[in-house]
Design a protein around this ligand. Structure first.
Ligand code: CP3
Length: 338
């Protein structure tokens, strides 16, 4: 079994496996070249191009896992919410959901019809990888998906989402239940197409109090995790989650993703060593000199103390400003290759 999959199961490995979120992305010149020809959604919907972008960092960086090139918002497009990716702003939802009426009006999603291109790209990547490294699939967790649908795009305070959660619990439940079913279908479809592990991104859940997470989010995240095809390791990831780690563990996942705002050793003790962890270098460190990158990566490896079940990653995605050479240096440092 590949060291990445062993680490997900907390089995010993000869080295700490490493992969990076947004390892295919705007910091790579080859990606920017493709994006000059194709819009982001066009690229996602072209299985050959998406497969090519997925494979780029595997050859270039020597990471221990590939992550399929796609997006957490793709399965929401057929709901009729007006999904667009505008230049420099990230995703936009033209028709955000603000009331129970908006939620009830949402179109149903037939996942096979919605994202056939993602499943096709997964097949192409598996064939091209030929067993070199495992392929990770992914989806957004219900809260993070709801935050885009209700806010209409990225947000710093999530006031519309929180107002719906607090003032109209029935509408919130209706929305979260729809998102559970879409997310289970999206992830199980990726597993059926050939993904060997999956990551659930609850990227923005750190905005919530523990009380709101427990009451209004945890049951739905747990329902997603319990609905997945058994035997496939699941990474449960969020940012700003220092106040929620024990609750995220309760929701489930074989691996808990940590961001850089927590000390990895302390976070792992709080979670208990019966679960694997992934993380947690600050992506901004990759802008620094290689000596500083090495020092900070080493410090994280020391906190993990060689315990089985540590997967090295950034605490969030690679920033567009990152020099590609620094990313390759990091992978070499973690893998202890000269
Ligand atoms: O890691 C990988 O290389 C796999 C591909 C991947 C993308 N999106 C491609 C992408 C993954 C794993 C995602 C997940 C995703 N998408 C998340 C969760 C991860 C996270 O960042 O917390 C979220 C919140 C989204 C929604 C989304 N899509 C945002 C916020 C943005 C724009 C901002 C940004 O950081 O780039 C996107 C667009 C997007 N998705 C890009 C890529 C490579 C950039 C598109 C471009 O301009 O070329």
């Amino acid at each position: 079994m590949h060291p990445f999959l062993k680490a997900c199961r907390r089995e010993p490995t000869d080295f700490t496996p490493v992969w990076l979120m947004r390892q295919a992305g705007r910091y790579l010149p080859e990606y920017r070249k493709l994006r000059a020809r194709l819009g982001f959604l066009e690229l996602c919907k072209n299985p050959e191009a998406a497969a090519e972008v997925t494979l780029l960092p595997v050859d270039r960086l020597g990471v221990d896992a590939a992550i399929i090139f796609a997006d957490i918002l793709l399965p929401l497009e057929p709901m009729g919410v007006g999904l667009e990716f505008s230049k420099g702003e990230g995703p936009v939802i033209r028709n955000p959901l603000r009331s129970g009426e908006d939620v009830r009006r949402l179109g149903a999603v037939d996942i096979q019809a919605a994202v056939p291109f993602v499943f096709e790209a997964i097949g192409l990547v598996r064939r091209a990888l030929d067993g070199r490294v495992p392929l990770i699939g992914f989806a957004g967790a219900p809260f993070t998906l709801a935050s885009y649908l209700v806010e209409g795009g990225p947000s710093s305070d999530y006031l519309h989402a929180k107002r719906l959660m607090h003032d109209d619990p029935a509408a919130w439940r209706g929305l979260m239940e729809k998102l559970v079913s879409i997310t289970v279908g999206y992830l199980n479809g990726q597993i059926a197409a050939g993904c060997e592990a999956v990551q659930l991104f609850d990227s923005w859940v750190g905005t919530l109090s523990p009380e709101d997470y427990r009451a209004s989010v945890l049951p739905y995240t747990r329902a997603v995790l319990q609905g997945l095809t058994p035997g496939i390791p699941v990474i449960h990831f969020g940012t700003g989650t220092a106040g929620l780690l024990e609750l995220m563990r309760e929701a489930g996942g074989d691996v808990i993703g940590l961001d850089w705002r927590v000390d990895l050793g302390e976070a792992w003790r709080r979670l208990g060593h019966g679960v694997a962890v992934q993380g947690n270098l600050d992506p901004a460190v990759l802008l620094a000199r290689p000596a500083e990158i090495g020092r900070q990566a080493q410090a994280i490896l020391e906190l993990a103390a060689g315990r089985p079940g540590h997967i090295f990653n950034l605490g969030h995605g690679v920033l567009p400003e990152t020099p590609p050479g620094h990313v390759a240096d990091l992978v070499r440092i973690v893998r202890r290759r000269p």
